[in-house]
Design a binder for this molecule. Structure first.
Ligand SMILES: [Zn+2]
Ligand SMILES: [Zn+2]
Length: 256
């Protein structure tokens, strides 16, 4: 089985999973980059998974469905190109040889979902859209800090070996911010150096994995004293973990 990040636009990845014959694609914002890979590898697209309604994640859905007849899965609580099978947390379904569990992860958008394949080989797979990025998390367009903190906690609790397939290559700018939050975090320093090398070679920094994210991603670490202390130097009013998380997200929004 094979996992391919298809680059699109400035920094999107359209994740494609295939077994040599059938393929599924996640969040196809564009058509052309996907059909190119399908043709090159002689694959038939059988499923499309959508995590949330933003155009850079849904722009290619109608055309790919029309061209291939692929079945579309998406968040039941959001408006994405119909017809599609509406999914919400707690549901499971099979697509392209993967058994997928749906996880509700509101925050970036109100109905955002993630797809988790526990039995994928060689390691579990998580397609998390714009909720969890390597070293960061999505902006809060429709949800509250408390919702996003809760969503990220659910993802952080997945097995450490889970491959984290994020929808954007934001890693280096996220890690620059993470280093401002936790300058003494050795795992973070090492990971930053590794990712710099990958980007210099034009390679993706993804997939990451949950174990790495627990060690380096400040948005999964807002309950730790080192992160809370650092946030309170910016915003002394941040007391509870939700307040620390909210202040951390605010700090990142204004970080250059
Ligand atoms: Zn988005
Ligand atoms: Zn996006």
């Amino acid at each position: 089985m094979n996992l391919i990040p298809i680059p699109a636009f400035d920094d999107n990845y359209l994740w494609l999973w295939h077994d040599g014959q059938q393929a599924l694609v996640v969040d196809p914002g564009a058509v052309e980059p996907v059909t190119q890979v399908l043709q090159q590898l002689g694959l038939k697209l059988s499923a499309i998974l959508v995590t949330h309604h933003h155009a850079d994640h849904t722009g290619g859905v109608d055309e790919l469905r029309r061209q291939t007849g692929a079945v579309v899965y998406g968040p039941v609580a959001e408006d994405i190109p119909a017809p599609y099978i509406g999914c919400q947390g707690g549901q499971s379904f099979d697509a392209c040889g993967l058994s997928l569990d749906v996880i509700d992860v509101p925050g970036h958008t109100a109905g955002h979902i993630a797809y988790f394949a526990a039995a994928a080989q060689p390691d579990p797979l998580l397609f998390c859209g714009d909720t969890l990025f390597s070293g960061g998390c999505g902006r809060l367009f429709e949800g509250t800090p408390a919702q996003m903190l809760d969503s990220l906690s659910r993802l952080a609790a997945l097995p450490g070996s889970t491959r984290v397939c994020c929808a954007h290559e934001y890693t280096l700018s996220n890690l620059r911010f993470a280093l401002a939050v936790e300058p003494d975090n050795l795992d973070l320093q090492r990971h930053h150096a590794d990712c710099l090398r990958l980007r210099e070679q034009g390679l993706p920094t993804l997939p990451s994995n949950i174990e790495v994210e627990r060690r380096i991603n400040p948005f999964l670490r807002s309950g730790l004293p080192a992160v809370a202390q650092s946030v309170r130097r910016q915003n002394p009013d941040a007391q509870t973990q939700v307040e620390v998380f909210a202040a951390l997200r605010h700090w990142k929004n204004n970080f250059r």
